[in-house]
Design a protein around this ligand. Structure first.
Ligand code: GAP
Length: 536
């Protein structure tokens, strides 16, 4: 009878015997954001940018596994919100834009944070973050005068260890990156790098609506890079200077702000809700259905409720822990210059509840601004009333790819004391490698390569022949590979074993059935324990 390919004890990986050094963070049970950065670097997901030259704060490079993970996240988002919906179309706009785009949008004048400088060491820090850290208050959006007053009243000093210098008055700092487009460097050639993908959906609005022949309600979606000269980039991928966004501008008729034909799909969905009123009254967030939040006028428009639920569900369906999410309404002081009402989808990161996705009601602010500045008619025509109108962006689901990666990585990260190893329980849809093909010994490499060639046409797989079989299982558990297919002495061209990452169970299956079984497992139409035959 065929033997299972379980590694003998001597072959078991030895991570637990090593200390938690930056190169081997694997025995951390609940990782901090710093542990996660170390893990991602050690396993080849994310590297600090320009590392050999000392790095560049707020910039990161993706390694092979990081590219696959990010691509899977983006593809799944695009499939869910663009390709599967007749009401949403996509664009891919340029990163560098005419400066007038960002003057019209208000970013050149208003996209600012308050910065404070240490009078002794000259270190600059973001004022609201300093207040949040030291006083545990919500300080986003406070004016420079309020930040200064609070710093002085509480006698806060330079946050750099050992400095304690006096902090100067708060100053506005604009986050826009710019360059010069053309062979001269002056005001006429100044061009901005976009701080959000959103504006390209507005500047292309006329083309898109003409070509896609869309009538409200409809959305325009985009995935792409955005750049913000953050005063204090921190928390690894959470706050970077260069990052990627996945955004939808969803346009509705201003008279039909509450006519959401899809609301019934999500109205019974429950989520933890924290309105601005609850925050002001120091009340804790409450679990509520979308239906109740709308009925009690906590969420003001049906569309906002619909998109908040959809965003939560998107994460949960890809394996995120539903309990670690809440929606929080912005306080009056923290709303962006364009927003009537904003809710954030927040996630409980190891460093606290933080914004994962912003969702503003931008009204007709942007279309009107661009119409004014560009002297272009950006209105639509209402066939019923025979009047022109500006549609409203009633909800703008706006999501960072890096923050989504962090959510999936944190929720997938498990330390298994039996295996003495990290098991990254990523949902198969986003796992960077779906199947690793392993040969038990080098003599079987050719047969294993045949299996790899058979599978590679259908799924992203890896061929791994170095190290003991136990170490190869451990390596694949750590990077989240859901299945390992092993060729052993009993295979003889006709069968292989499949090993399940989460249970470590194995089944012997015929090679002729391998592709079909693997596809069913990955698509979730077959559970591992439903594969016919004895579990090894
Ligand atoms: N178009 C609206 C907009 O950009 P935002 O709340 O400023 O709104 C949306 O950004 C999302 O983009 C955030 O929820 C976050 O996921 C991501 N994001 C924003 N700034 C970021 C940064 N500095 N680093 C990483 N992700 C960021």
């Amino acid at each position: 009878m065929a033997k299972p390919t379980t590694p003998p004890a001597s072959e078991k990986p030895k991570q637990s015997q090593k200390p938690n050094t930056p190169s081997e963070p694997s025995h951390v049970v609940t990782p901090t954001i710093e542990d996660m950065a170390v893990f991602c670097k050690a396993k080849g997901f994310v590297y600090p940018n320009s590392d050999i030259y000392g790095g560049l704060a707020g910039c990161f490079d993706l390694g092979h596994l990081g590219v696959e993970l990010a691509n899977n996240i983006k593809q799944h988002w695009w499939k869910t919100f663009v390709q599967s919906r007749p009401d949403i179309v996509g664009i891919d706009g340029s990163i560098i834009n005419n400066q007038k785009v960002w003057k019209a949008s208000g970013h050149v004048d208003c996209f600012e944070d308050v910065m404070v400088e240490c009078e002794k060491c000259k270190h600059r820090t973001r004022g609201d973050h300093l207040l949040e850290e030291k006083l545990h208050i919500h300080a986003d959006g406070l004016s420079k005068d309020d930040v200064t007053k609070l710093i002085q009243k509480n006698k806060l000093t330079c946050p750099l260890k050992g400095c304690n210098g006096v902090l100067g008055e708060g100053k506005q700092f604009n986050l826009m990156f710019y360059t010069f487009a053309g062979p001269s460097a002056d005001e006429t050639t100044k061009a901005y790098l976009r701080p959000e993908t959103a504006q390209l959906m507005f500047t292309n609005f006329r083309y898109v609506t003409e070509h896609a022949r869309l009538k409200p309600p409809f959305g325009i979606a985009q995935i792409g890079r955005a750049f913000r000269n953050e005063i204090s980039p921190r928390d690894f991928l959470f706050r970077c200077r260069e990052f990627e966004q996945m955004e939808i501008e969803y346009f509705v008729h201003p008279q039909k702000i509450n006519d959401c034909p899809f609301l019934n799909e999500v109205e019974n969905h429950t989520i933890l809700v924290w309105s601005s009123e609850m925050q002001e009254k120091n009340q804790a967030p409450k679990p509520m259905t979308i239906k109740d939040a709308l009925k009690q006028k906590i969420i003001l428009t049906a569309w906002h409720g619909y998109w908040l639920a959809q965003s939560h569900l998107w994460f949960v369906r890809l394996g995120a822990d539903p309990e670690k999410f809440r929606i929080r309404q912005h306080l009056k002081t923290e709303k962006s210059h364009y927003a009537l009402d904003t809710w954030d989808l927040e996630y409980k990161f190891p460093f606290g509840w933080k914004e994962l996705q912003g969702m503003a009601n931008r009204t007709d602010f942007d279309l009107k601004q661009h119409a004014l500045y560009s002297k272009t008619d950006l209105q639509l025509f209402d066939e019923d009333t025979k009047e022109k109108f500006y549609p409203h962006v009633v909800a703008e689901p706006s999501q960072g790819v890096g923050r989504a990666m962090l959510v999936f990585l944190f929720d997938a990260y498990h330390y298994d004391p039996q295996r003495e190893n990290v098991v990254l329980k990523l949902h198969p849809k986003i796992a960077p490698v779906k199947v690793a093909v392993l040969s038990l010994v080098n003599k079987l490499n050719d047969e294993a390569m045949d299996v790899f060639n058979q599978l590679k046409e259908h799924v992203v797989c890896a061929f791994d022949k170095s190290g003991s079989i136990g170490r190869r299982y451990a390596r694949n558990d750590e990077i989240g590979t859901p299945y390992c297919v092993t060729i052993d002495f009993d295979s003889q061209g006709k069968d292989v074993t499949i090993r399940d990452r989460d249970s470590t169970k194995q089944k012997r299956v015929l090679r002729t059935e391998l592709v079909s079984l693997v596809m069913q497992l990955l698509q979730g139409t077959l559970r591992f324990d439903q594969i016919p035959g004895k579990t090894l």
